[in-house]
Design a protein around this ligand. Structure first.
Ligand code: ATP
Length: 350
């Protein structure tokens, strides 16, 4: 059943290639104007899902609704979506204005010219309408591809790694500009990326996929601080899963000392669990805490990432301000300082 107010709803959508599953019973939704991002290792099914939403890959089962209506019977051009794929696919024989105006055949010539000019201006391409794609830089070509997809003013834009060919600086700038532009125009988007920083900077909600499944669909903050599974915990941000045992009075015994079991979580006394420890969950502490030896240091500018080895051989990652950077071999004392403790059942093999 459609949920009122949603722009996009995938409901237990599955896709395969000749019987080999690529997307498995995946459900997600986007509200009008909302920016979403799909993150996951190579081959987890991100592109296949995007293609299924675009109408380029028929799902094997499940439902897909756009603006509350069944979208599966509709061909791509009737789904009212814009898309930008990695390879851009600009028409080389058309000028920039020709490329941007390509999807606007329903408009009268004057309205079309006006829309092309307005869209070029939105993307900072004024004055370039007469050039051809090969006369543009990579960043400008990327802007033309975005302009072409935005010119018909779709309410949903699908983006498959659109910035991957650009250098880091340009990529960041274009991503931030696009976010502002989409928010101004009230256009929703679903972006596929490998890059967590890009996902967090761009999206209101991020989905983490593994093996065709969507493990969590939530704001970046929640993915980082309340990961739903050990895979999400280790895939998003850096972190280690520490072995721990549930002791009396809802205490957790870990290699770093005792912590409180989070409220609301029921674990039998004596059971074995894993506790998520992020590099920013450890603080230096001169007089208390546990002793560790610095195994490695990676300078990162404002902070330095330290690998710390405890007496029992447990290796941890810890982020300290770089003016407090330690030397390899130095002994330090650290204590955990966790805003909320994330606990998973112990791994089956451990
Ligand atoms: N045209 C195809 N024919 C057969 N199998 C395919 C085809 N395209 C993708 N696959 C398989 O489907 C699965 C999902 O692929 P998909 O491209 O959707 O993943 P992805 O998460 O987008 O990967 P990447 O991040 O590397 O682009 C993979 O196992 C892939 O090998």
């Amino acid at each position: 059943m459609p949920t009122p107010g949603l722009l996009l709803e995938a409901d237990r959508l599955s896709c395969d290639y000749a019987g080999r599953p690529a997307v498995r019973e995946l459900s997600l939704d986007l509200r009008p104007g909302e920016l979403g991002c799909l993150l996951g290792p190579s081959g987890c099914g991100k592109t296949t899902l995007l293609r299924a939403i675009a109408g380029l890959h028929p799902p094997a089962s499940g439902a897909l609704r756009l603006r509350g209506r069944d979208a599966l019977p509709l061909p791509p051009e009737q789904r009212g979506l814009g898309f930008v794929f990695q390879d851009l696919a600009l028409f080389p024989h058309l000028s920039v204005a020709g490329n941007v105006g390509f999807g606007l055949h329903r408009l009268q010539p004057a309205a079309r010219r006006e829309r092309v000019a307005a869209t070029l201006a939105l993307l900072g391409l004024d004055g370039l309408g007469g050039r051809y794609p090969h006369e543009l830089s990579g960043g400008q070509q990327q802007r033309v591809a975005l302009a072409r997809s935005l010119a018909p003013r779709p309410d949903l834009l699908l983006l498959d790694e659109p910035f991957s060919s650009l250098d880091a600086d340009l990529r960041g700038r274009l991503r931030d500009e696009l976010r502002i532009l989409l928010k101004q125009l009230g256009i929703a988007a679903l972006l596929v990326t490998h890059d967590q920083e890009e996902a967090f900077a761009f999206a209101d909600r991020v989905g983490v996929m593994q093996g065709g499944r969507l493990l969590q669909w939530a704001p970046g903050f929640e993915l980082y601080h309340r990961p739903a599974t050990p895979f999400v915990a280790s895939f998003v941000g850096e972190g280690r899963l520490l072995p721990a045992r549930v002791a009396a009075n809802r205490r957790l015994r870990t290699p770093l000392g005792e912590l409180d079991l989070p409220a609301g979580l029921e674990c039998a006394e004596g059971s074995r669990v894993q506790v998520l420890l992020r590099p920013d969950d450890l603080v230096l502490s001169e007089h208390e805490g546990i002793e560790a030896e610095v195994g490695a240091v990676a300078f990162r500018g404002a902070e330095s990432l330290h690998t710390l080895v405890l007496a029992d051989g447990t290796a941890l990652a810890a982020l300290f301000p770089s003016h407090q950077q330690k030397r390899v071999g130095e002994r330090v004392r650290v204590r955990p300082d966790l805003a909320h403790v994330v606990v998973f059942p112990a791994a089956a093999d451990g």
